[in-house]
Ligand binder design. Structure first.
Ligand SMILES: [Fe+2]
Ligand SMILES: [Fe+2]
Length: 449
């Protein structure tokens, strides 16, 4: 089928494309305004479905709908907006109105739309309506770096050899070694396939593995374990999504990390582990952030177990929406690669991601949402001022700035000391409200003794 997607927000168009593509085989046309959509409709006589936003500059969704009615163009129309059709008079003739996707709940709206479209094409069987062929791939992708963490594979593993041919490459219960990983990486294969029905058993095994990584005496130091576990969690979240099981395994890992931080009276030791670790940037950055934010908290009257827990969980997940684990957040805005085009949205996306889990304590989503705000109002996504940012959020922002500076100094092979860090973070902007207290705590914190 050919679907015309009309939305002035590129992100929404992308999410729609992705959601439709994962359900059906479709071809897409795009427009960003109502008038552009009308032009595209005029130029393409084979459009099967129109999914259209309402509020857009230069012609709204109502104009598009009216154009279809006035010109007897018989294409089913789906309204995709935070408004409802009944909010606008133009839809009182609902002849072409197939369904309604209510933002932000796009997934269930698309499901509903596909059901309605199937009914519609059934009814109009005599007419020429393109059937949607369901994308019935039975496989999910799995990142190969996750496989070697498993003592044995919980289910069969496949590769795709042609459009409809899949080859089993590992049997259930087989082991996947470092050599196996190297073999695939050399061929530039980073993902293998598992049957969709087996995806959950992989998540379960990975979570079990995370727990035994904590307990196992495998010659690794506790500091290394904290870093190893974080990278397994990030890999799992980015390929198989965040689920209740992963959240539970994270809770245990966070508890373990807090113990390790407490025993680590000298930052030097942990610091060496962090920079020496083979993990990706995101892991080093997140663990360093957890350590520094807990350290800052200890100097402040808000120091409680709950708050330490909140800051550590926030550190673990704060950049989980950046799907490129090597991406350095210190990168200049105009040099951010296309693969990280969600950079401005990543705090909001990560906050949304964790909000659904009641296992995650309150306020963690707010800390994450605020982590790129700045007290002078120049941050993102909201450009909040110092007084609008929560106390734990303020602490986290300072800790995040400290970590970025330390990574910068490390890169430039400069000597690390508090003077250098204070110089680099531009202390002046942090002279208001809670930030002032946090900077006071930072100066007390003996990071580089
Ligand atoms: Fe970050
Ligand atoms: Fe971030």
């Amino acid at each position: 089928v050919k679907i015309l997607l009309v939305d002035d927000e590129k992100d929404i168009a992308e999410i729609l494309t992705f959601t439709f593509e994962s359900e059906v085989e479709a071809e897409f046309l795009y427009a960003e305004t109502g008038n552009q959509a009308i032009k595209v409709i005029g130029e393409n006589s084979d459009i099967d479905l129109i999914v259209c936003d309402y509020n857009m500059p230069d012609g709204n969704g109502g104009d598009v709908y009216k154009h279809l009615l006035d010109n007897n163009i018989d294409i089913p129309y789906v309204m995709c907006s935070s408004d409802q059709p009944q909010d606008h008079n133009v839809f009182s003739n609902d002849k072409l109105l197939l369904s309604n996707i209510v933002k932000p709940d796009i997934f269930s709206g698309v499901e509903e739309t596909l059901k309605k479209y199937e009914e519609y094409s059934h009814k109009t069987e005599d007419k020429e309506t393109t059937k949607m062929s369901r994308n019935d791939s039975e496989y999910s992708m799995i990142n190969i770096v996750m496989l070697k963490n498993l003592t044995s594979l919980p289910a069969d593993i496949f590769i795709k050899v042609s459009e409809d041919k899949f080859l089993k490459v590992y049997n259930k219960d087989a082991s996947f070694t470092q050599e196996d990983e190297d073999k695939y990486l050399q061929k530039n294969i980073k993902k293998l396939l598992v049957k969709k029905n087996d995806a959950k058993s992989f998540v379960d095994s990975i979570c079990g593995q995370i727990e035994s990584m904590i307990e196992e005496a495998n010659g690794k130091s506790n500091e290394e374990k904290v870093l190893d576990i974080h990278s397994v969690i990030m890999e799992t979240v980015s390929t198989l999504g965040l689920s209740k099981e992963i959240v539970r395994a994270t809770e245990k890992s966070v508890e373990f990390a807090m113990e390790v931080f407490k025993e680590n009276k000298e930052f030097k030791g942990l610091y060496k582990h962090i920079f020496g670790h083979q993990g990706k940037y995101i892991t080093k950055h997140s663990i360093a952030l957890a350590y520094v934010s807990c350290g800052l908290l200890r100097q402040l009257p808000w120091d409680t177990f709950e708050n330490r827990n909140k800051l550590t969980i926030a550190s673990f997940f704060h950049d989980a929406a950046i799907k490129v684990p090597d991406f350095d957040e210190g990168t200049d805005f105009d040099e951010i690669p296309d693969s990280v085009k969600n950079f401005k949205d990543h705090p909001g996306e990560a906050a949304e991601l964790i909000k659904k889990f009641k296992e995650i304590p309150p306020d963690v989503d707010r800390i994450i949402l605020e982590h790129h705000e700045k007290p002078d109002g120049t941050g993102f996504p909201k450009g909040l001022g110092a007084s609008q940012i929560s106390p734990l959020g303020s602490l986290f922002i300072v800790a995040h700035a400290v970590i970025e500076c330390m990574f910068q100094l490390e890169d430039q092979q400069e000597k690390l000391n508090m003077e250098g860090v204070l110089d680099c973070i531009n202390v002046e902007i942090y002279s208001q409200g809670n930030f002032k207290k946090v900077i006071g705590a930072l100066k007390e914190l003996n990071l580089f003794a």
